[in-house]
Design a binder for this molecule. Structure first.
Ligand code: DSN
Length: 478
């Protein structure tokens, strides 16, 4: 699509939207302006291509298509079949997976589909079988009690949240922590790295039905061959949630032992993080789990979102192009430049560096909580998120960490020199911020004092850095 076509498409769309509810059109324009002007380091965000974004705004949104390709509960799904089949084909080819299910609306949906597929495959449970034959909304209280009794003993072993795991990997406030009797593996307190011997020991003691690999805030590669061996040694199903690093798998940065697809029984992902697609999820598996995964609808999902499956097909086609390999390589080189730049200036990083798209700054080294650091950075035009670090003394709300990731800035064209300059800006803000106090004089975990002038100066420097790398340069909304 030429730049002119992109501008025309978006200008026309905003004109049509604005004629009905101008405030929505204004908010859409403002969102583009905000994204253009912020130094975005949120490790789970990216910028999808105009083709991917446009594939979501159309008539597919009006279609119900519960069921699977060629086997729907609604008539007239031939075009939905086309896009779902295309998205699944691209996913299979891209990741070298025998089977792909592209209906999940999000990562949690993808994980729930995978959990239920494994439970249905592995557990002899009449209530589960009954539940799978019906829509989840139709289950009665008695069904749920029966299910709970049957599944209550099933065990999951996943990475703990503070070590970098995800809340859907058995964290108590999430449904995964209620569906399963759950235990976590952490990281070595000295190195911050996964200690595979400890994981094996935990697996031997706990004997999980499912061993989960994958993370949302662990800055290192994971050896999936070893985790599979551990799973096999205790008869567990090995599931990997590659939501964060799917782009690095697609882009052949993670190969061999570090590519989860050949090692896991089942792999889940989102499509919008390093993979740079629309917001959504997918599941990959072998033929033995495919039939159960296909029951994601109605077990977990209602109607799929055909417009998002269309966008998944576009984005996955983009990820199959040779330039995506270059992109994925640059994400990691940039993350390493950012991590090195931060450490050279005195920042303390969990594990002392990164092998992937993210780094985790332990901001206790600056005398701050994650919340104070996040806000001081935001005041200075740098968008990050606070994140727990292993054995975090400040818990999951205030935290002691700042997670920084490079997929979005790499899409914008940033290279290692710009990431080093970004490290300088982050270090400047954090070293010029002091913890604040509450009205009664006690130390606050949220309040902070940023030296006068720093936010403006750093904000200007961040803005200057971004000017050389315009976001969606071909789109001019006028
Ligand atoms: N919320 C996502 C993240 O930021 O990592 C994961 O679901």
């Amino acid at each position: 699509m030429s730049g002119n076509a992109e501008s025309t498409a978006y200008r026309s769309a905003l004109e049509v939207i604005g004629a009905v509810e101008p405030r929505v059109a204004t908010a859409i324009r403002a969102e583009l302006a905000d994204q253009r002007e912020s130094l975005k380091l949120i490790a789970s965000e990216n910028y999808a291509s105009p083709a991917t974004l446009l594939a979501m705004g159309n008539w597919f949104s009006d279609k119900y298509a519960e069921g699977t390709v060629g086997r729907r509960f609604y008539a007239g799904c031939q075009n939905v079949d086309t896009v779902e089949a295309l998205a699944a084909e691209h996913a299979r080819e891209l990741f070298g997976a025998p089977y792909a299910y592209v209906q999940p609306h999000s990562g949690i949906d993808a994980n729930l589909v995978a959990f239920w597929a494994v439970l249905a495959d592995r557990v002899e449970a009449p209530a589960l079988k009954r539940a799978q034959a019906r829509h989840v909304n139709d289950l009665t209280e008695a069904d749920w009690f029966a299910l709970r009794r049957e599944l209550g003993d099933q065990r999951m072993l996943g990475m703990s949240l503070d070590a970098g795991g995800h809340l859907t990997h058995g964290f108590r406030p999430n449904i995964s922590g209620k569906m399963f009797d759950q235990r976590s593996y952490g990281t070595d307190p000295e190195t911050g790295l996964i200690d595979y011997d400890r994981v094996a020991e935990a697996a031997r003691e706990f004997k999980p039905l499912i061993l989960v690999g994958g993370y949302s805030a662990y800055p290192r590669k994971v050896n999936f061959r070893i985790l599979r061996e551990i799973a096999d040694s205790v008869g567990a199903t090995f599931m990997v949630d590659m939501a964060h690093f799917a782009g690095l798998v697609a882009g052949k940065v993670f190969t061999g032992d570090f590519d989860p697809v050949p090692h896991a029984h089942i792999v889940t992902s989102t499509t919008h993080k390093s993979l740079r697609g629309p917001r959504g999820g997918l599941v990959l598996c072998g033929p033995e789990l495919a039939a159960q995964v296909d029951r994601g609808c109605p077990m977990v999902l209602g109607g799929p979102l055909p417009q998002v499956m269309a966008a998944k097909a576009v984005a996955l086609a983009e990820a199959r192009r040779p330039d995506f390999v270059d992109y994925a390589g640059r994400i990691v080189a940039n993350a390493q430049a950012l991590a090195d730049g931060l450490q050279r200036r005195g920042a303390k990083l969990v594990t002392g560096g990164t092998d992937n798209h993210l780094a985790l700054i332990d901001v206790t080294g600056y005398g701050l909580t994650g919340r104070q650091a996040e806000q001081a950075l935001l005041d200075s035009g740098i968008v990050t998120n606070r994140n727990a670090i292993p054995q975090d003394p400040n818990g999951a709300w205030y935290t002691s960490g700042i997670r920084v990731g490079t997929p979005a800035l790499t899409t914008r064209g940033f290279g290692t020199a710009e990431l080093d300059a970004t490290a300088e800006l982050i270090h400047t803000v954090l070293s010029r911020t002091a913890p604040g106090t509450n009205a009664d004089g006690t130390p606050s975990k949220a309040k902070y004092v940023l030296d006068p002038g720093v936010a403006d100066r750093v904000g200007k420097q961040a803005s200057d850095l971004l000017t050389g790398f315009p976001l969606y340069p071909a789109i001019d909304l006028g």
